[in-house]
Design a protein around this ligand. Structure first.
Ligand code: SAM
Length: 224
């Protein structure tokens, strides 16, 4: 499949969530003020060279990339969020190209990226294992997966509540699963965790803290 097929409207139709996209664009500003900007900054610290950001949303991370990053290919399948990201790309701290594409089929060559950024997106992809294999494909051996994700609670009762909520939440929130063990999935995909922080974060003033992970993992290179 060539690049044009990966990025066509038809290929991304199932990833349009206009109502969620507008609600998220309003909510993310408060979330950023409450701490997400600092979390994103920590996730991006130490990155350099060529970076691919998956599901970039409104481009909240663009102004936070360190100067050692030479180029960011930012992928966003949703038309509304991508229009906001395109505006933010103009004020980015480093060169950013925004393209319509899904994490399942990244328009980049094998082993071409120094780092891939996954920020609050591995909760939403349909198949984490397939996306993590695709991330390994585009990362050079020794390349970095930088992640910031909300994850399944470590408390059994809360995790059971998340399991119950997931089917409805998925429909309301653009495919988001509140109950995923994303750190386990990253490890199972063959990455080596270099550092990982786990913490509770209340994304809005009236919502309870939810478990998040933030860290860096090393890729062994494209899957055999
Ligand atoms: C909760 S938002 C997070 C946006 C942004 N990364 C951030 O940190 O604010 C989830 C994002 O993932 C995107 N997304 C959902 N499914 C995707 C997929 N299969 N491939 C790439 N992006 C996807 C959505 O369009 C949305 O921008």
């Amino acid at each position: 499949m060539d690049d044009a097929d990966l990025t066509s409207g038809a290929a991304l139709k199932h990833l349009q969530h206009p109502r969620f996209a507008r609600a998220y664009a309003r909510a993310v500003e408060q979330m950023n003020r409450r701490g997400a900007t600092e979390h994103r900054r920590r996730m991006l610290a130490g990155l350099h060279g060529t970076v691919i950001e998956m599901g970039a949303g409104d481009g909240s991370a663009f102004a936070l990339y360190p100067p050692a990053v030479t180029h960011v290919l930012a992928l966003e399948p949703d038309d509304y969020l991508r229009s906001l990201a395109l505006n933010r790309a103009a004020d980015a701290s480093v060169p950013v190209t925004v393209r319509p594409a899904a994490a399942e089929r990244i328009p980049a060559d094998d082993g071409s990226a120094d780092a891939v950024v996954a920020s609050l997106v591995l909760c939403s992809v349909a198949n984490q294992a397939a996306v993590l294999a695709e991330i390994r494909r585009v990362l050079r051996p020794g390349g970095t997966l930088a992640y910031y994700e909300h994850v399944r609670s470590g408390r059994p009762v809360l995790a059971a509540v998340e399991d119950l909520l997931t089917p409805a939440w998925q429909r309301l929130a653009g495919g988001c699963h509140p109950n995923r063990d994303t750190l386990g999935a990253i490890t199972a995909a063959g990455f080596t965790i270099r550092e990982n922080r786990r913490f509770g974060f209340a994304v809005q003033a009236m919502t309870p803290p939810v478990a998040h992970i933030l860290g860096h993992a090393t890729s062994p290179g494209p899957p055999g």
